[in-house]
Design a protein around this ligand. Structure first.
Ligand SMILES: Nc1ncnc2c1ncn2[C@@H]1O[C@H](COP(=O)(O)OP(=O)(O)O)[C@@H](O)[C@H]1O
Ligand SMILES: [Mg+2]
Length: 252
């Protein structure tokens, strides 16, 4: 379980997050949605301790993120940042292998290699495994980064806009991989999405943020209403139900 309690966060005097409380039980896919600047990335970076907590508490399976040693935390939670840049003179296989670092002392065991190979296969990277990152397309690079996060093998996975640069095929594949990791292995996935329909199709729960606060939280069928969407994004959208799931026609 991820427990976020009364978290507030400022850059100098500017409030970025205000009194955010959120409990995410173990197992399942939670989509974090909201307009640019809502505070989604800031919240994830506090959970993964990429930034230090200022006010409030966060713990993961009872481990307080502010005092747990980094290495221990990295065996429990992995994060794929929105703005990840990687050294380009690195091969795909080496990048994916970085996911195993918290588990050893830099030397990869046979078991590590098996996990790396599985992540490479899962994200369709076998043909690219020996290519340098700098020679990949944006979507191929994104898949390699997601594979690295998966290879970390943590129970909790935070993914900040992982669908960026992915074509429709790979976006769907990634969402299905996340769904099966949650259903089959009990993984807990928190994913920032701009594609609300991916959230509706694959997430158990949607948490909507705006202006540094949580403004809606519930199952897709409960919260994807024209009213909620207008409150969060500032314009009216049509919502249609297909196979029992709400789909948002935001292009109209
Ligand atoms: N290093 C920073 N210094 C000042 N303001 C920042 C910094 N990082 C983020 N912000 C501000 O914090 C707010 C939330 O940003 P962010 O968490 O990235 O939002 P989101 O991921 O929802 O788009 C934005 O208004 C952004 O401009
Ligand atoms: Mg962001």
């Amino acid at each position: 379980m991820i427990r976020i309690e009364n978290v507030s966060f400022k850059h100098r005097t500017t409030p970025i997050l205000t009194d955010v409380s959120l409990t995410i039980p173990k197992g399942g896919v939670v989509a974090l949605i909201g307009p640019n600047g809502a505070g989604k990335s800031s919240l994830l970076s506090l959970v993964a301790r990429l930034q230090a907590l200022q006010t409030g508490t966060i713990d993961i399976d009872g481990l307080p993120v502010d005092t747990t040693p980094g290495r221990e935390l990295a065996r429990v939670i992995a994060i794929l940042r929105q703005d990840t840049t990687v050294a380009s003179r690195l091969k795909v296989r080496e990048l994916v292998g970085f996911g195993r670092f918290p588990h050893g002392r830099g030397r990869l065991t046979e078991a590590d290699h098996a996990i790396i190979d599985a992540a490479i296969a899962q994200f369709d990277l076998a043909d690219l495994a020996d290519r340098f990152i700098e020679t990949l397309s944006g979507g191929q690079r994104q898949r390699a980064l997601v594979a690295m996060a998966f290879a970390q093998g943590t129970d909790y996975l935070l993914l900040d806009e992982p669908l960026n640069n992915l074509d429709m095929y790979y976006a769907r594949e990634l969402m299905r991989s996340l769904r099966s990791a949650a259903d089959g292995k009990g993984k807990t996935v928190v994913i920032v999405l701009h594609d609300i329909n991916q959230a509706s199709a694959h997430a158990d729960r949607i948490v909507a943020m705006k202006g540094g606060r949580i403004v809606a939280d519930g199952a897709p069928t409960e919260i994807l209403t024209p009213e909620m969407l207008e409150t969060v994004f500032g314009f009216r959208m049509r919502v249609e139900t297909i196979e029992g799931k709400p789909f948002v026609l935001h292009q109209l």
